[in-house]
Design a protein around this ligand. Sequence first.
Ligand SMILES: [Ca+2]
Ligand SMILES: [Ca+2]
Length: 394
Amino acid sequence: MRLFITALVCLITFSVFGQCEAYGLDVDVVMEHTTGDLAGLTTYRLYVTTPHTDDFLSAVYGDSDYQLNISSSTSFYQHFAGNFLGSSMNPGFYSSFPELEYDSWVTIGLDEGPDAGEAPPSLSPSFPFAEFENGGNLEINDAIGGSWFVFDAATTSNGVSGADQRILVAQLTTEGTPFGAIWVQMYNHSDNTDITRVELTFNGTTGTDPCGCTDMTACNYDASATDDDGSCIGLANGACDCDGNVLDECGTCGGPGAIYECGCADIPEGECDCDGNQLDALGECGGDCAADEDADEICDDVDECVGAYDECGVCNGPGSVYECGCADISEGDCDCEGNVLDECGTCGGPGAIYECGCADIPEGECDCNTLYTTLFIDCECEQLDPATSLYLKL
Ligand SMILES: [Ca+2]
Ligand SMILES: [Ca+2]
């Protein structure tokens, strides 16, 4: 009983939330031909998909405002015994003409003549099928327009979607890629007062699938979907992304945790530890030295000499550029050795220690009194009479 209820709940959930109220277009590959005349060609069938089992395709159409084209990048295969409408095909001839089965045509739900309760589509007046039947594209984009259509859902079961919720609209055989766009007029639930008209496009095997998850935050968001079908899947319990990852201790979704130098991060650029400190001028992390311009590893605010001592020991001095190298001659000295002038005027001299004070008796003289000697004293230092000696001497 419980199982049954569970199944019922699932069924209700599906029918309530799993519904997409939009029409689409399927492209099926019917046959990839590898042999015979059709080798290399592929046969496709196009189906309008419907949201309900009782929707009714009443017309496929185009005009200058609602342009229809069923095109191929090459050309369409058209059998000489084929037809424009699938409802005009006769399978009785397929055994005689195997390729006839793959003729290209359009239809509403029929790939052969109608049975009881079915009706073939009608063509609007002057329908332009000739180019298509000659292998070209089917293009309806003029003011006159054109359509293939059926009237009454009650008598045209081939226009009703049925259990598979789709209705055949074309068979196309081509070597190239089929592509295009058709406009369809649908009676929702076969109600001819509740009409939906919509453009359906296709390119190769990609048709129009308007149904999907339209919630951009969901894990299965479908950007091409225009109609939410209730399929959206959110994050798993506790997960932080659609891959099931969780937040690590650093708050990173799917992150490796606190494995970095500072736990959740490395030391920031420009800092030297995890506390926000920086290297000071001496290279000490968190130190307070602002400058060490002379790079002597003594912080300049306590550095007795910011710069260099010269040979005289002077900080940033000019060097030994003075009379005595690092200094001029001291006041009162007469040389760099600390000597002074003696009483004889000799720098560093011994003073008046000679016979005549500052000198000995000159050579050739006999005493220190030179003038007197010359004039009044002979060489024996005898005192002469100054009144006569001059003459005597001369
Ligand atoms: Ca045909
Ligand atoms: Ca310094």
